[in-house]
Design a binder for this molecule. Structure first.
Ligand code: ADP
Ligand code: ADP
Length: 228
């Protein structure tokens, strides 16, 4: 469902961030992406939702070749791929409800459908009772759960998370993992870049390790594999 074929990425400053990656991720998998800082993890992930384009090679999401899609079709792609970041990226002037519904309103759904979909995903992240709160009134973990709700409200096939627990304390990080596992169990493929050794070594999943822009390890139930 996600396939990279001989993918290379050189940034305009001549940094060779990705150097020939071939990878396949099947529907429903949960994959950790690990590796040292600067290894190319973010670039690898950004290419999956076409935030960055490869210099060479093909990236396929199901039948869609990301190198070939037109600019005007990118919003459509973004509905099939939800993204969560380390720093949440919520809109501070909008309520929890509005931060999530915003992702649907842009595609002109009818109001009753919007309300049902937003409340359904707020239920998944256990935040129905905070629908009217503003982001500043929430803890970091709650803010990340809003970001997750926003990312899944269009029922994407894939949820991509770049260091989703990076700004959270350990207990809160585990709560976020419970939610990501729940979403994965409902059928969504999850790809998560992380430095969280404890999580990777405890909740065993496929591990793809990237170093100097290459896949150096790909294990079905892997370890984090680096000393902190
Ligand atoms: P990681 O996520 O593993 O820390 P990145 O993908 O962020 O790695 O970075 C890989 C390499 O590409 C690093 O050398 C980084 O400095 C460089 N890089 C990342 N983003 C850019 C950019 N927008 N422009 C130029 N170089 C970049
Ligand atoms: P339905 O779609 O009929 O509500 P499903 O069994 O397909 O029932 O979904 C189970 C629950 O998951 C529903 O409450 C649904 O709204 C919710 N859900 C919504 N979006 C997502 C998503 N992106 N990933 C997983 N579950 C989702």
């Amino acid at each position: 469902m996600i396939e990279m074929k001989d993918v290379w990425k050189m940034y305009p400053n001549n940094v060779h961030a990705i150097n020939g990656i071939n990878i396949k991720i099947e529907k429903g998998e949960f994959v950790y992406v690990v590796g040292p800082s600067g290894a190319g993890k973010s670039t690898f992930i950004k290419m999956m939702y076409r935030e960055e384009r490869p210099t060479k090679g093909d990236i396929l999401i199901d039948e869609t070749n990301l190198s070939k899609i037109k600019e005007r079709h990118i919003p459509l792609l973004r509905r099939r791929i939800g993204v969560v970041f380390q720093d949440f990226k919520l809109l501070s002037s909008l309520t929890v409800y509005e931060n999530v519904s915003f992702a649907l309103e842009v595609i002109e759904e009818n109001p009753a459908v919007i309300k049902r979909k937003v409340m359904d995903v707020l239920d998944i992240v256990h935040l129905k009772n905070k629908a009217r709160a503003l982001p500043d009134e929430l803890s970091g973990g709650e803010q990340q759960r809003v970001a997750i709700a926003r990312a899944i409200v269009n029922r994407p096939d894939v949820l991509i998370a770049d260091e989703p627990t990076g700004n959270l304390d350990p207990d809160t990080a585990w709560e976020i993992m419970d939610i990501l596992e729940d979403i994965n169990q409902r059928g969504t493929t999850v790809v998560m870049a992380t430095h969280n050794q404890g999580i990777v070594n405890t909740i065993k999943k496929r591990v793809i390790a990237i170093e100097s822009g290459r896949v150096v390890r790909d294990q079905a139930r892997g370890d984090y594999g680096y000393e902190i």
